[in-house]
Structure formats: C-alpha cells, structure tokens
Design a binder for this molecule. Structure first.
Ligand SMILES: Cc1cc2nc3c(=O)[nH]c(=O)nc-3n(C[C@H](O)[C@H](O)[C@H](O)COP(=O)(O)OP(=O)(O)OC[C@H]3O[C@@H](n4cnc5c(N)ncnc54)[C@H](O)[C@@H]3O)c2cc1C
Length: 377
C-alpha cells in the first residue's frame, strides 16, 4: 500500500533513501532540510567501499562522470616519517560493477540531489511539534507548515534533533578527544607517496590519510590528532606540537587552507520507541572515521529502510533495529580498534604494531574477515 514518508535531513543518508524511493516505488515522500541550501562547498573527501557502491549503483551511480571519481587499488601504510611499512590490496574486494571509490563529498551530494531537488526537497524546515493522529504522525514545522505522514525517517546526523521529539532517553554524542584537519592538495607536495593509492601515515597520537578524489589526482588529506579540547584558534599550534615535531618536512603542507572539526561518536545504540519513527545514518549511530564507513553505513541503513518499505514490512515484522545494530557493532568495534592502533605513542608498541601489520596484510583469511565482513564480500 502507498505510504507517506517524511525524511528529516538532506545528508547522504536522507538523500540516498529519497533516490531509492523515487526510482523504485510510488510511495509519497518529502525530504525536510533545516538549512537553506545543501552544503556543496568542496568539503572533505569520502571513501566508499563496495558495500555502498553496490547500493548506489541501483540509483545509477555507475553512470556518474568518471572524471570526478577515483578507484584506488591499494592502501599504503607508512610511519609518519614517510617510511613505508607495507601495503594492502583493496582491489581484491572489487567486482566489475562495484569498485572501491574515492571522491569529494560534494560530488556525491550533487549526484544524490539531481533527481529529487525540485519535487522532493524542502529547505529551512525545523520541526516544532509532533503528535500522533490515528495511525499517523503529524509534524509541525516552525514556518507553520505541517505534514501528516505514515513514517518519519530521521536522517538528521549525529546530533539528531528528531530524537528529542520522540525519545525520552538521550543518546548524547561524545567528543573523542581528537580533531580532524583537512586540506585539499593539488599535487602530492612533499609527500613521498604513490598518489594512485590511499596513503595512511601512522604517527604518535595522530595519523594522516591521503587519497585522490578525481582523475586530476587532486588529493584529500585528513589529519587526525588526539587533543583534550577542540580549540579552533589553536589548531596551528597543535599541528606544530603533534605533527611537525614528528616530521618537519610537512611544514609547507599545513600552510594550505585548513578546515578543522572535532570528532564525535555515539556511545550507545538505542532503539526507537515509536513504531512510526526510524533513525538512519549518523542519527542511528555515529562512527569514528578510522574505518571510513560513516557514509557507507548511512547508505546501507537507507537501503535497509527502503527494502522494508518495498516489502510492506516497515510497520510490522520489521527487524530493522536488530539487523542495523548488529552491523553497527561490527563497524564500531573495528573503527575503535583502528583508532587505538593508529595512534600508539610508545615506540616499542609502534614497532610491534608494524610487525603485526606487515604479517596480517598478507594473510588472506585475516583480510577477508576484518575487511571482507565490512565490505560484504
Ligand atoms: C574526518 C571525517 C572523515 C570521514 N571520512 C569518511 C569516509 O572516508 N568514508 C565514509 O564513508 N564516511 C566518512 N565520514 C563520515 C561521513 O561523512 C558521515 O558518517 C555521513 O556523512 C553521515 O551522513 P548522514 O546523512 O547520516 O548525516 P549528515 O551528513 O550529518 O547530514 C544530516 C543532514 O541533516 C540536516 N539536519 C540536521 N538537523 C536537522 C533538523 N533538526 N531538521 C532537518 N534537517 C536537519 C543537516 O543540515 C544535514 O544536511 C567521515 C567523517 C569525518 C568526520
């Protein structure tokens, strides 16, 4: 039966669900975005593994302009002195249709907005009040418009405000005591790396990730640094104390325009208490970026809701929370472990980690279990 759906938030999760519904169903839906426009500034790069590419291909991602994406085949591990430790072949998880892909977040958002922009996206919409009427949910927005829907899908990010309207239990995101600093590089600059690959440099209390985001081989560089407090005005000093102290050769790289933000994660996975309300993407659970699966999981969770809707199972017999939380725990455990292993500060521990890394990346069974389970291969 045809349903009416309100999707709250036009990030990767909300827009993916909107595209899946638009292309495959006749359900009525609207995406309500709080901001006045989509954030299309260059933004940071995104890595999408095969688990999310397979889903995106169902909405024609395989037809995206090939110049705007890249398919790295390998992760090269280095120490922060830029000395190579080992490499991991990523292409073993690729198929002809679905390849590990890197691109700019704005490229993905542009693609996702194309088919729904005029008819299914409303800006400047902030929820003011919700109530239940018979079997439906009435949402009132603060511009005095409203919508009566069968389902509310909250895709409003890690600080989900929708939760506060429907849940009594809070699930406050926690600051991980780390920040991310991002620079877009036109070339590999001072780095001695292969710019066709993903480069991961492991330092004390820090790591740097670099990867190409298009065929021009512009590189996205994200540097994660542990720190007690997020002080945007002190970032240069932090970079000096954490990164440049370990490798002064990188000085010029950080002369570029830097964007920074604090890293948050959600400590608990809490189910929805309302049968008409579902959380997807970061609103379901926010991960650390150390497995590069946040966007991938946003896409997967949107796909799970879409599947339940098409099977007419979202209002009954749905096992969304059970399946999603099981999956989220796998991703969370690996992201958390990587965060710990990438940032070891003791030299002895770093050496032991590097020995393990060299050994494990060549072990088919380990790689298939650790990453294959995530990439669903
Ligand atoms: C440093 C860093 C690197 C990352 N790298 C990767 C990577 O390589 N690969 C990867 O897969 N993931 C990565 N991620 C994570 C990924 O970007 C996020 O997990 C993903 O974008 C979450 O998508 P979302 O749609 O759930 O939420 P968001 O992108 O946060 O979107 C939420 C949307 O809802 C809107 N909104 C908020 N509140 C309201 C409201 N009350 N009403 C209406 N609208 C609202 C917001 O304006 C926004 O448009 C990274 C994250 C970080 C921090």
């Amino acid at each position: 039966m045809k349903k009416k759906i309100a999707i709250i938030g036009a990030g990767i999760a909300g827009l993916t669900l909107a595209n899946l519904l638009k292309k495959n169903t006749d359900h009525e839906f609207m995406v309500y975005e709080r901001e006045e426009s989509l954030s299309l500034e260059e933004g940071y790069g995104i890595q999408l593994a095969t688990n999310s590419i397979k889903i995106l291909n169902q909405i024609n991602f395989n037809k995206i302009n090939n110049e705007k994406i890249f398919h790295p085949k390998t992760i090269d591990f280095y120490n922060i002195q830029n000395k190579k430790i080992c490499d991991l072949n990523l292409s073993k998880f690729n198929s002809h249709e679905a390849k590990y892909t890197t691109l700019q977040r704005s490229t993905l958002i542009e693609f996702l907005k194309e088919d729904i922009y005029t008819q299914h996206l409303r800006f400047g919409k902030k929820m003011k009040e919700v109530s239940e009427l018979k079997d439906k949910v009435l949402i009132k927005f603060d511009d005095n418009t409203n919508d009566l829907v069968d389902f509310v899908i909250a895709a409003d990010g890690i600080f989900s405000n929708t939760r506060s309207f429907f849940e009594t239990k809070k699930n406050e995101p926690r600051f991980k005591k780390a920040i991310a600093a991002r620079v877009i590089l036109k070339s590999k600059s001072e780095f001695d790396i292969n710019e066709d690959n993903i480069s991961l440099m492991l330092g004390s209390n820090s790591h740097i990730v670099l990867y190409p985001i298009n065929k021009k081989k512009e590189l996205n560089m994200v540097c994660i640094m542990r720190c007690k407090k997020y002080e945007p005005d002190n970032v240069k000093q932090l970079i000096q104390e954490i990164i440049l102290k370990q490798n002064s050769k990188f000085k010029n790289i950080f002369e570029n325009e830097i964007k920074t933000w604090p890293l948050y994660f959600t400590p608990k996975i809490i189910p929805s208490t309302n049968k008409k309300v579902f959380y997807i993407g970061d609103a379901f659970n926010g991960f650390l970026p150390t497995l590069a699966q946040g966007a991938g999981q946003s896409i997967e969770s949107a796909f799970e809701i879409f599947n339940l809707l098409t099977k007419g199972k979202l209002d009954k017999e749905n096992n969304y929370f059970e399946i999603r939380s099981k999956r989220a725990k796998i991703i969370r455990n690996r992201s958390n472990f990587n965060f710990f292993a990438f940032h070891l500060s003791s030299k002895i521990m770093q050496n032991i980690r590097n020995l393990f890394l060299k050994f494990l990346v060549k072990r088919e069974f380990f790689v298939k279990t650790y990453l294959g389970k995530v990439y669903k291969n």
